[in-house]
Design a protein around this ligand. Structure first.
Ligand code: BES
Ligand code: ZN
Ligand code: ZN
Length: 503
């Protein structure tokens, strides 16, 4: 999908020529003094009359379109509800823009102007508000049409103008739009990668994507092939890949935008299983096609490093992707097999469907050589996460309170909220093996926790957080700015964390 152009402009709403003007309206509010009132004047009071009838109240999800009939240069007015003013949040703005672009598209228009609210939601800057506006619009207009010969469902949105009547706010709004375009572009990149089926998005194709990202500024790339992994002793990743005809990859991207020479990097590790059949512990057929998105974590760390470079963040960042396809086959790993990890620990593989933690074990062990200031892994790791958290919260674990607090804040800001789960050593009992250092499943109860605890044995002493996005990576229905299918959720959480630590 081509990303829409977003620009900020100072000007008067009543003289703005546009296919549509979007007016964000809080529930129960009047026209105020500025933009809406000025437009209403141009329209001879039509807006005031409409609000009086309460046909449109300004509730979230509410939209209403009417034509200006040439009374002002803009062809249409699109009213979009924001809900109650005192409860206004950044995510309400993001959602409103999601609804707005969809409504504009229904009008068969491909560009629009939105009037920037004059005050940001409480506790947030105008920059953050503009970021949320750009995100909502770009994410809300997302569509994946790569395999449709009729190119349905519709044309891509071409452009959005954020209009402000106050010249002094242009700089802040422009910075917000710059960030929002970058974070939303990253999330749509993740959605694309996850939407492509596994017969296209193979480990080799992931490597190709990494190569094209390495062309961006200040990014270096290293790809380890199977023989390199054998030499290093990545037995866990190699074990998972054994059943597949697709050779595994181990991808490392390094971005350096740091001002100081010897700054320690943030290291991201993303689970990249291009398809998870379960292996010999085969999954049931129902919904198995969702497992083409079992590479969401990897796609997110790829997208994050590209966006960090495009935003020129003054940090060092390393993205690591252990990549494999989990298949049954004549050479596949079998229950009871024992593998030796890069860290030297041995693992009894009781269930080949618990493959994410195996490839991450080698990824996290490899990350140690960077001496990270923060090590974050992100993964569609457990079905138990879906059971525990449903579809709105992301699971978070970690060893470092500051890092967890930062992730909570970034989650709240980005609308991709995390919820902490306990990482108590008592649970490790469930991972004891009779024949190896540990086993890869923890039996009944606390499946998300035992998976995280397994990972914790490979992170050394550095500040570490684990993010389980199995709950949110796939949506069963379309929402304001989230499509049905792969959501890309987690990308903006990571990027917000990186942006906030760069400020
Ligand atoms: N990729 C799955 C987890 C998953 C499930 C992601 C549903 C998204 C939606 C993972 O590899 C897996 O299969 N985990 C097993 C672990 C079990 C065998 C201990 C699970 O959760 O069932
Ligand atoms: Zn699995
Ligand atoms: Zn998996």
């Amino acid at each position: 999908m081509k990303i829409m152009q977003v620009e900020v402009k100072a000007g008067r709403a009543e003289s703005e020529a546009a296919q549509a003007i979007v007016l964000l309206h809080c529930e129960g509010e009047g026209l105020g003094k500025q933009d809406a009132a000025v437009i209403d004047k141009g329209l001879g009071g039509a807006l005031r009359e409409l609000l009086q009838t309460r046909e449109f109240e300004g509730k979230p999800h509410e939209t209403l379109v009417f034509h200006s009939q040439g009374k002002i240069p803009a062809k249409r007015i699109v009213l979009v509800g924001l809900g109650e003013k005192k409860e206004l949040t950044l995510d309400a703005i993001r959602q409103a823009l999601g609804y707005a672009v969809k409504r504009v598209r229904q009008c068969k228009a491909d560009s629009f102007t939105v009037i920037a609210p004059q005050v940001a939601p409480r506790g947030h800057s105008l920059t953050e508000m503009a970021q949320a506006m750009a995100e909502g619009a770009i994410l809300g207009s997302y569509q994946f049409t790569a395999y449709r010969s009729d190119n349905s469902p519709g044309k891509d949105m071409a452009a959005m103008t954020v209009l402000t009547s106050q010249k002094a706010t242009v700089r802040q709004l422009t910075e917000g739009v710059r960030r929002g375009v970058a974070t939303a572009e990253a999330a749509t990149f993740v959605r694309d990668l996850c939407n492509h089926p596994s017969n296209v998005m193979t480990p080799s194709r992931i490597a190709t994507e990494a190569k094209s990202i390495a062309k961006e500024e200040n990014i270096a790339l290293k790809i380890l092939e199977q023989k390199d992994m054998e030499q290093l002793g990545m037995g866990a990743l190699l074990g998972v890949a054994r059943g597949s005809q697709e050779p595994p990859k181990f991808i490392i991207l390094e971005y350096n935008g740091a001002r100081k020479k010897d700054e320690r990097p943030v290291v991201l590790v993303g689970k990249t299983i291009t398809f998870d059949t379960g292996g010999i512990s085969l999954k049931p057929a129902e919904n198995m096609e969702h497992m083409k998105a079992d590479m969401t974590g990897g796609a997110e760390v790829l997208a994050s490093i590209r966006a960090a470079s495009r935003l020129k963040l003054p940090i060092r960042l390393v993205s690591i992707l252990p990549v494999a396809e989990n298949m049954p086959g004549g050479k596949a790993m079998k229950p009871g097999d024992i593998v030796k990890t890069l860290a030297g620990k041995t693992v009894e593989v009781q269930n080949t469907d618990a493959e994410g933690r195996l490839i991450l074990a080698d990824g996290l062990a490899y990350a140690q050589r960077y001496n990270p200031v923060a090590l974050i892994d992100i993964a569609t790791l457990t079905g138990a996460c879906v059971v525990a958290l449903g579809q709105f919260a992301i699971g978070m674990f970690g060893t470092d309170n500051r890092l967890k607090e930062q992730l909570r804040k970034s989650g709240f800001k980005s609308g991709e909220r995390v919820w902490e789960m306990p990482l108590w050593d008592e649970y490790f009992e469930q991972l004891r093996s009779d024949v190896a250092d540990m086993r890869n499943i923890g039996g009944r109860g606390g499946g998300m926790i035992t998976a995280a605890l397994f990972l914790s044995k490979f992170v050394g002493n550095c500040p570490w957080a684990h993010i389980d996005i199995a709950s949110t990576d796939w949506s069963e229905r379309e929402r304001a700015y989230v499509p049905k299918g792969p959501t890309g959720i987690g990308t903006r959480l990571l990027l917000q964390y990186l942006i906030d630590r760069s400020l």
